[in-house]
Design a protein around this ligand. Structure first.
Ligand SMILES: C[S@@+](CC[C@H](N)C(=O)[O-])C[C@H]1O[C@@H](n2cnc3c(N)ncnc32)[C@H](O)[C@@H]1O
Length: 270
């Protein structure tokens, strides 16, 4: 089994995605989406950004490597009665089932960054987007002090070293790497712009209970706990993450978590 696919199918990202809906909708609302626009959401999960794009009238295809998330996306779309939004399985490194230049907009919010072979991913995003169209990525930033970058950093400290040749997904949060990958796909640096943006994770539970969702359902954190249990360090990992979630929580209300996290927004004009 492809380890990238196994990682995301092992957990249930819908449990985390539920806390990301407001920011997903806000991000999509600012993309200038119009009725009939052809949108690809790559690494779409259960549709946090795909569904809002469809509500704006776009013709949306969500592609994700995890079968369970594709099924969850199709269910959400059907439950809402959206006939212009469907989900299918696919790998961002090799989108064989998608034709060249077939999308006006390719969106990938914390999605394609998790695929291996980043140069292949950039090449595929460029290939399937039409000249004159756009690619928009949201990528977590290495060493950023906010939530997700810190979860991934802490988790990796408790995990076994990655295999030889592994390229960290976090390198998609470094402007120079992004430019290099799109340059190799034929896009000059002048067509790429960057900005810092914020995603807010909102959950109707206290930070410790919210952390439990990551421990039980978020692939990278699940793997870190599995490794930490083997080395007898699970309690240390729990403590570090609990402190992080408490520190980052900006909600003043008891039993509510609200955590803003900074990401790099990449816009590629095709
Ligand atoms: C952090 S989740 C984000 C999901 C969604 N974009 C959202 O904002 O809720 C990362 C997603 O990328 C997907 N993914 C990871 N590697 C992939 C690949 N090679 N091709 C397609 N999707 C991939 C995972 O299955 C998962 O749904």
């Amino acid at each position: 089994m492809n380890p990238n696919k196994a990682l995301w199918e092992k957990g249930d990202f819908t449990r985390i995605a539920a806390s990301m809906r407001e920011s997903g909708e806000a991000l999509v609302g600012a993309l200038g989406i119009t009725a009939g626009m052809k949108v690809l959401d790559l690494g779409c999960g259960d549709g946090t950004t795909a569904l809002p794009a469809a509500r704006l009238g776009a013709d949306v295809l969500g592609v994700d490597i995890a079968r369970n998330l594709v099924d969850a996306g199709n269910k959400r779309s059907q439950d809402e009665g959206l006939t212009n939004c469907r989900f299918q399985e696919g790998d961002a490194t090799n989108l064989t089932e998608l034709a060249d230049h077939s999308f006006d907009l390719v969106v990938s919010v914390f999605g394609a960054m998790f695929a291996p072979k980043p140069f292949d991913v950039a090449k595929e995003m460029v290939r399937v987007s039409r000249p004159g169209g756009r690619i928009v990525m949201g990528n977590w930033i290495p060493n950023d002090p906010t939530l997700v970058a810190q979860i991934l950093k802490i988790s990796s400290a408790y995990s076994p070293p990655p295999p030889e040749g592994f390229i960290s997904p976090m390198t998609w949060g470094i402007e120079g790497n992004v430019i290099e990958r799109f340059a190799a796909a034929g896009v000059p640096a002048g067509k790429i712009s960057f900005s810092r943006d914020t995603y807010t994770f909102n959950a109707p539970v206290a930070p410790a209970a919210y952390l439990a969702d990551f421990r039980n359902y978020y692939g990278p954190t699940m793997n870190a706990f599995a490794a930490a249990e083997q080395s007898g360090k699970a309690a240390d990992l729990q403590q570090e993450l609990e402190a992080l979630f408490e520190r980052q929580n900006k909600s003043g209300a008891t039993g509510v978590t609200s955590i803003p996290a900074t990401f790099l927004r990449v816009t590629v004009d095709r």
